[in-house]
Design a protein around this ligand. Sequence first.
Ligand code: ADP
Length: 256
Amino acid sequence: MPLKRIVIKVGSHVLTEDGAIAKVRMLSLVELTVALKRDRYEVILVSSGAVAAGFTQLPLDRSSVANKQALAAIGQPLLLKMYQEKFAMFGILCSQVLFRSDVFESKKHINHAKVAIDTLLENNVVPIINENDTVSIEELVFGDNDRLSAHVTHHFDAELLVILSDIDAFYDKDPNKYDDAKRRAVVTEISKEELEAEHSPNNDFATGGIVTKLQSAEFLMKHNREMFLASGFDLSDVKAFLVDGKHVGGTYFKRK
Ligand code: ADP
């Protein structure tokens, strides 16, 4: 059976707890990645968390973009060190791939990057992608890697993007505000109003909210790819979906 290439994106909120990197959750993500690799998947990670990791070392005011750039520079090597230690427990190498936000505007740069990603995967190495937030601030300001991970999925030829969020699915309205919000299990079409709604990030570190996730889903479905949005706090839904082929929780953005 051919390997199925997927991208897993983990948001800042999931990777952060009380202003520090949530190590237990990071370990769960690494365990999931290892289990998927042993199954039939090639896994690319897109990980936020550099600013939060930097903040553990130097508590600069995060409301300034300049400070976030500096914190990302401090935190990115720390974040990767944590991943490396955790993957090493399973005898697996991981790697750091940093992109400027405009990398996907140039065919030449996309091709160079794809060669590197393919070579890492062929050698059983997990690529861990992040935006280079010190020099290119788009995702720092808006998007929190939702958009980046959609481009990674499309241009590096993955079938599915898994977004692990602080929310366990897409609802008909914001479940943090409305008790009667209903989960949308399968989505094949997203309305213009939903795509253009105001973005609504849920905490200090998150910058995307649900809208950037919907925009990513729309982009992927248009390009004949798919997306699965599930909780990054409890990985049972994503495990059921990917390992057991069972759709229990989460939202499946399915191509028609
Ligand atoms: P992350 O950092 O995990 O990527 P965000 O905070 O950026 O997550 O986005 C998820 C948040 O979007 C949820 O916690 C929720 O408050 C908000 N949200 C707004 N509308 C919806 C909706 N219709 N369905 C799900 N979440 C929604």
